[in-house]
Design a protein around this ligand. Sequence first.
Ligand SMILES: [Zn+2]
Length: 418
Amino acid sequence: MLKDRVVDIGKSAQDARFGAKIVDMARRLAQFSESADGLTCTFFSPAHKATASQLREWMHSAGLKAEIDAIGNVVGRHPSPGSAKALIVGSHYDTVINGGMFDGRLGILTALVVAEHLRCVGWRLPFHLDVVAFSEEEGVRFSAPYLGSSAIAGRFKEATMQYRDANGIRFGDLMGDTGASAISALARSASTLRGYLEVHIEQGPVLLQKGLPVGIVTSIAGAVRFWITIDGVAGHAGTVPMLLRHDAAAAAAEIVLAVERRCAGGATLVGTVGQLAVPRGAINVIPGRCELSLDLRAVDDGTRDAAVADILDTIKRIAERRGVTANVKEIARQAAVPCAKGFQSSFAKAISKTGIEPFYLVSGAGHDAAMFADLTDIGMLFVRCGNGGISHSPLETITEEDADLAARVLLDLLVNMD
Ligand SMILES: [Zn+2]
């Protein structure tokens, strides 16, 4: 019986033009921007609020019960009478500064067109389908990422209410008097969730190089971040002989190369020094101090922590040999998050039906899905990123065909879930 209904929905879905609709809506959303050119949509800006209203309107037109919650998430439900559980399918609608129009939004719009299709054909799922557009994931305005998803996942930290943006505006003031309690009331409990799914643009070149439109995410890599301060001895660039110097920047340069060398060996290990500065440096002064950041990630915490240990040891030896001190401060640590095996195989089945070989990959970037991993099963589908895999940039792009395929895969997975 179920099989027949799957065939029916497949036929009607063939006529739907999901991809064209997704790309068209992404273009229209990108018109709400804080900057005249490019796309910038940060938390609770006018552009951000306009984007939320537009999403709610589209959810209404798709026949979903939709509302904007206390922290700006847009939540639309395709209800299932008699069911107590909900499956969340979502992603974020905020962007980085001058970002791309598909990062986050692709996942929302894919879920939206699929939910609309289910409603149009009168398909009832055995759980509520909640399409969620999270208000904040990038952490641009308050240097605190995952604001929207952490609220629904019950992981919102009340200390966030005291955070201030670059203009001194307090997060708590934006939320209003009842903000903290309204946000904590958004938390879902594990017993009410059937799972969490997210479709996301890959933001890298792997699928593009493999010639594949979609890929199944096995795990979201966990990052460890450090801030390193190296103190050497400043001196006159003309008078101190090379062998008598304790050059902080030269030590930092050696560290950068050591990180690159150590991380080149692991298949999923990546290490980046993204910030590097000589405070109050001058052209004729030997650097007395150098500051650098270090971000290390891998698919599993063991691989990553082994690299962390090696690199910290190397930093110590470089400092000793050069007669400088290296102060290494850990500033963030996130565990790697595995995606549920069940969702991985459901995605694989749905992808196989389209004639495409299922392909598995790791997410090097963090995603809203990670917030839900302790609460319920999570699954993620990556969609090929064009233009060499560039993301967080106006050059970020996908094709209508790939978006279409992602929607069909999601639809197939949903109608085959118990
Ligand atoms: Zn994103």
